[in-house]
Design a protein around this ligand. Structure first.
Ligand code: FES
Length: 104
């Protein structure tokens, strides 16, 4: 299982996610009905409506691709921890993840 901690407005919620469901983080957050995660493009790194901050990850995530960075740069505000949730695959490469939702 992957432990995913979600911070929203100072409140932390922890979910346990099976490693083999083939989900990305955007799909998980949408499924949990976090309204700030629209996922308009369906996970193609084309809309940036799944912008989140990654506060911690174990093991560390690989960095964003060029396409992800290009899309993040279209946002009015980005942070050093900014990522597109749809580009974070919840698989055997992740044990623990803490993310913070941001208003877009
Ligand atoms: S869902 Fe569109 S960029 Fe992530």
């Amino acid at each position: 299982m992957i432990e995913v901690n979600i911070l929203k407005s100072g409140v932390k919620r922890t979910l346990e996610v099976p490693k083999d469901m083939g989900l990305n983080l955007m799909e998980l957050l949408k499924g949990e009905e976090y309204e700030s995660i629209e996922g308009t493009c369906g996970g193609m790194a084309l809309c940036a409506t799944c912008h989140i901050k990654v506060k911690e990850a174990a093991p560390a995530l690989s960095g964003p691709s060029g396409d992800e960075l290009d899309m993040l740069e279209t946002l009015p505000f980005i942070y050093k921890e900014s990522r597109l949730a749809c580009q974070i695959k919840l698989n055997e490469n992740i044990r623990n993840l803490t993310v913070e939702l941001v208003e877009n």
